[in-house]
Ligand binder design. Structure first.
Ligand code: BDR
Ligand code: CA
Length: 299
């Protein structure tokens, strides 16, 4: 059993990763922390609360975090994820976020669960960086951090930068140099795992998770009529947590460019503060893992 806190900016693919996490008995989810990124913080927080409600887990706390990066401002992903950040409208809920802010929630979880705690970061790394800066001992308490972000090569915001890292490159440097065992699952690997517009039989809609994932993805294909595939970025990061053998890795020091035309580029070289960087994926196994985890496990 892994004790996890999921830092997220839902976000259509964050939503699918959350469905997977809730259907994974190996994970004990202590809370979600939200960050601006795909949408404004108010949207990502409302989306997290509504997703948990729809999926039957309103008891999981949601702590709201950063509405801006360490420097500058987020460039939101509404053009990709739809107005509100989710392509579909979910029922509003009465409950609000946890009284602690995200960074404090992460610090508190670090001291409570210590070496058992894995952070799964699916958005810009602002909350994680705030927590590490405010409580330096956190770096020696955490078991590991799994990051969806960056790439050994290429980008989706610029030719050099992936969205999550582009939106807070300074925070990414804080995390990658923190000394916490960190895994980077980048865009170049994630993009190999996708749903195809013309293959819609992956969901029979029999469980609440499959039904919700199918609603989100089919609404996304309607919203993006020219896109032939839907990349499963955050879902692949979640798949890597529950099925560790599906990715291959190399160890590298990762330094992020924080200014200029290549801002957000993740540069991997050999070095001391080493990060485990994904280099390849077993596409069939990854796909099968995502699909399996959309289903509610039998009791
Ligand atoms: C990442 O950026 C966001 O659009 C997705 O949710 C994912 O976390 C992919 O670059
Ligand atoms: Ca995300």
């Amino acid at each position: 059993m892994a004790t996890v806190v999921i830092d997220t900016d839902p976000g259509t693919d964050d939503a699918i990763a959350l469905i997977m996490a809730l259907n994974s008995p190996e994970l004990e989810i202590k809370g979600l922390t939200t960050v601006g990124g795909n949408a404004r913080l108010t949207h990502t927080t409302a989306n997290a609360l509504r997703l948990l409600d729809r999926l039957g887990h309103p008891e999981i706390p949601v702590a709201a975090g950063a509405s801006r990066p360490l420097r500058g401002a987020y460039e939101y992903g509404y053009g990709f994820h739809g107005s509100g950040g989710l392509t579909i409208a979910l029922r509003p809920v009465d409950s609000g976020p946890h009284p602690l802010r995200a960074a404090e929630f992460i610090i508190d979880a670090g001291s409570t669960y210590g070496p058992d705690l894995t952070l799964i970061a699916l958005g810009p790394l602002t909350n994680v960086a705030h927590a590490l800066q405010r409580q330096p001992v956190l770096a020696s308490q955490l078991h590991k951090i799994i990051v969806m972000g960056g790439a050994l090569e290429g980008g989706n915001v610029t030719p050099y930068a992936e969205f999550n890292i582009y939106n807070d490159p300074t925070a990414a440097n804080v995390v990658f140099s923190s000394g916490v065992p960190t895994t980077m699952i980048g865009l170049d690997v994630c993009r190999q795992v996708a749903f195809d517009r013309n293959k819609t039989d992956w969901s029979d809609g029999e469980t609440v998770g499959e039904e919700l994932a199918a609603e989100i993805v089919s609404a996304w294909f309607e919203f993006q009529p020219d896109q032939p595939i839907y990349d499963l970025c955050d879902p692949l990061a979640m798949a890597a947590v529950v099925e560790p053998g599906i990715l291959t890795y190399t160890q590298a020091e990762v330094v992020v460019a924080t200014s200029g035309p290549r801002s957000g580029e993740t540069r991997a070289t050999t070095g001391a503060r080493s990060v485990k960087v994904a280099t390849g994926v077993d596409v069939n196994r990854a796909h099968a893992t995502v699909l399996a985890r959309l289903k509610t496990p039998e009791a």
